[in-house]
Design a protein around this ligand. Structure first.
Ligand code: PLP
Length: 506
């Protein structure tokens, strides 16, 4: 514990930054820290307490405004004695009087997770294996432009005003019909168009969960889901993922013991582990959920991005009454459209639509209409014919480079679709140090810990192949392989042999 005696109460009505500031005052009054004492660096204290770094910054700012501490750039923040000049009358006027207005929804440590993945992904310098984006140079820009022009020519006025909250009817009909072809029993009215799958996930979580309510998720899982759950303040119970997805033996225990309100799962190309649940496990999961009367939220984010292997039935196709289904055009087509959807039965849909209306009054009618025209003209099928072989090739290229440059014991998955590979190093390799070293050599990827609800996963990496060229893949993987070999535990000796025990997918 970096500040003696300081404990954060997430359920307190006192904002977290004030709890931290009061903790410093109590420690000072109790003589646990003395004038001149250097307070812990904000990053360290934030990690120690499990809060956002900005919250600690706000606490230190508040103490400074109260004249209790002084900050010196590059040196740190120090407790000052009452006789020091910093403790003047003016100093008691808070510099940031709006701070107490922050809600608990933005205070938690996980809230900024998705933003951090995004910020890593959009860095333009060096070689990036970060983010889970489709290849920008293969995007069907001209074909989509033609669809947009036609939309504007044929019916511009109706798409330039507000549209139905549930979404553009012809687009919903198209999606419903595709889902029926994939085996789902579904009406057009069971569908709501959202601003990407991210909004769909958020709407569902907010429909079922309040602060303190329990949700069962995979460990590791999608950072965007963790960020929403962190913002709600939900109680997260995790079930590990193996090569076949969420483990049913541990799911059974979690459901029975914790009686969650919701189970969030990605059965196909799980982000980040790429695991795919076979059909038997899908049935088992649904049976367990039904037995425990738990609603399932299925996130089928990479639907359509499969370059080999057999398509499996979605959970929604197997049990449409107990599964809420979310998917998106972001990965198979264009993330810039921000068009995704959620499918659910009427009682749930009614609530989702009401919530969607108060969130944003509907997804852009113009973009939905242009997307409908594009899909109607067969644009998606043409695009996938072009892009899927390229992803297949890039995956192979990355796997071959890993084969050449990574120690044999580094586990990597071989996904039949999706956009990335999941890599597992030995647990005692310092993932943070490796990341910093790779970054300084111009190579970035996503650190595994971003996908965990606790601090685990530092020995894992998510490496995206979809956005890198074959020569970038070759160069970047070689650099990473050299760095890993240099840091291999006891690397002068041969690394330990691969065994089932030492090579879990996580
Ligand atoms: C598992 C998963 N779900 C949902 C999303 C959100 O996608 P969208 O761009 O449609 O909001 C992503 C995006 O990376 C994802 O990986």
């Amino acid at each position: 514990m970096l500040l003696p005696g300081l404990k954060i109460d997430p359920d307190s009505l006192v904002p977290v930054y004030r709890q931290i500031a009061e903790g410093v005052v109590v420690a000072a009054k109790g003589g646990k820290i003395e004038p001149g004492h250097r307070l812990p660096p904000t990053r360290d204290l934030a990690r120690d307490l499990g809060v956002n770094r900005q919250t600690v910054v706000a606490a230190y700012d508040y103490l400074a405004a109260e004249g209790l501490v002084s900050s010196h750039t590059g040196k740190g923040t120090f407790l000052i004695s009452p006789s020091e000049p910093g403790r003047t009358k003016e100093a008691t006027i808070p510099r940031t009087p709006w701070q107490p207005a922050f809600s608990r929804a933005v205070e938690g440590s996980k809230v900024g997770g998705l933003l951090s993945v995004y910020q890593t992904a959009i860095r333009s310098d060096g070689i990036s294996f970060a983010g889970s984006y489709p290849a920008p140079e293969l995007m069907p820009v001209e074909a989509f432009g033609r669809a947009m022009n036609r939309t504007l020519r044929d019916g511009a006025e109706q798409f330039m005003t507000y549209g139905p909250t549930a979404g553009h009817l012809p687009l919903r009909e198209q999606i419903a019909s595709q889902m029926r072809e994939a085996g789902s029993t579904i009406d057009t009215d069971d569908l709501l168009i959202t601003n990407g799958a991210q909004q769909a996930i958020g709407l569902v979580f907010h429909t079922f969960l309040e602060r303190g309510d329990t949700v069962v998720i995979e460990e590791p899982t999608y950072t965007g889901a963790l960020s929403v759950l962190g913002s709600i303040g939900a109680r997260v119970v995790t079930v590990p993922v193996d090569e076949g997805g969420m483990r049913p033996d541990l799911l059974a225990i979690a459901l029975e013991r914790h009686r969650p309100r919701l189970l969030y799962v990605q059965p196909t190309f799980q982000n980040p582990t790429t695991a795919v649940m076979n059909e038997a496990r899908r049935h088992e999961l649904l049976e367990l959920a039904a037995r425990n009367r738990t609603m399932v939220l299925e996130d089928d984010w990479a639907h359509g991005v499969r370059f080999s292997g057999r398509e499996l039935p979605t959970l929604h196709a197997l049990d449409p009454d107990h599964v809420i289904y979310v998917s998106t055009f972001s990965k198979k087509l264009l993330p810039g459209l921000r068009v995704g959807w959620v499918a659910a039965r009427p009682a749930i849909m009614e609530r989702l639509i009401a919530l969607k209306q108060i969130r944003d009054c509907g997804t852009s009618p113009l973009l939905q209409a242009a997307l409908h025209v594009f899909l109607d003209g067969g644009g998606l099928a043409t695009h996938l014919q072009r892009v899927l072989p390229a992803y297949h090739e890039r995956r192979d290229c990355m796997l071959q480079a890993m084969e050449r440059y990574f120690p044999e014991e580094v586990a990597r998955t071989r996904p039949e679709g999706g956009l990335f590979i999941w890599v597992t190093l030995p647990r005692n390799l310092d993932g943070e140090e490796l990341f910093q070293a790779a970054q300084s050599r111009g190579v970035i990827y996503n650190k595994g810990e971003l996908f965990h609800s606790n601090a685990d996963g530092s020995h894992t990496l998510r490496m995206t192949y979809s956005t890198a060229s074959p020569s970038q893949i070759e160069t970047g993987v070689k650099i990473l392989g050299d760095l890993i070999r240099d840091r291999w535990p006891g690397h002068s000796e041969p690394p330990p042999r691969k065994t089932a025990e030492s090579m879990p997918i996580l």
